[in-house]
Design a protein around this ligand. Sequence first.
Ligand code: IMP
Length: 176
Amino acid sequence: MITIHDKTFSPFISRDLIESRIAELSTQINTDYEGRNPLFLVVLNGAFLFASELVKNIPLTCEITFVRLSSYAQTESTGKVRQIIGLEEKLTDRDVIIIEDIVDTGLTMHQLLQQIQALAPRTVEIATLLHKPEAIKKAVDLRYVGFEIPNRFVVGYGLDYDGAGRNLDALYVLPE
Ligand code: IMP
């Protein structure tokens, strides 16, 4: 058990299991992108550990860039929108692989994908460490998924609870 702020979390997925699963995803990406030069778009902050573990096992010639999403901005026509911040690379004709920590409702990823697609990449795929299928509100096509997990709050391996816990080398879950 570990305590972060006011909550106590139980062990969920070990570092060994996470890393061996990520190695499998790397192998898939190596096969799928052989002879291409993909651009990895890492969504900060949560995806930093997943991304580093994933790309360590990818010997392809590739580029890695980092973006953030703004906090929600409300407009009358679109409702809540999160904009991409920090993207300097041209995506035109690139094979883009978005790296995310978790797809929960899918709303964030849906918006991100629309903004990326507007920049005319050749292809876009998503790699996410975690996916909560029960929580999904907006379906998105997830090509590389580390683990499908129940609709419970998790922390560690890049994911935070109120800013803390990202450094934990394994995943922990809030008991029901
Ligand atoms: P979505 O738009 O609901 O898919 O939310 C995605 C974002 O919510 C992720 O990038 C995380 O920052 C956050 N999130 C969702 N579930 C969890 C969780 O269990 N632990 C930590 N952060 C989470």
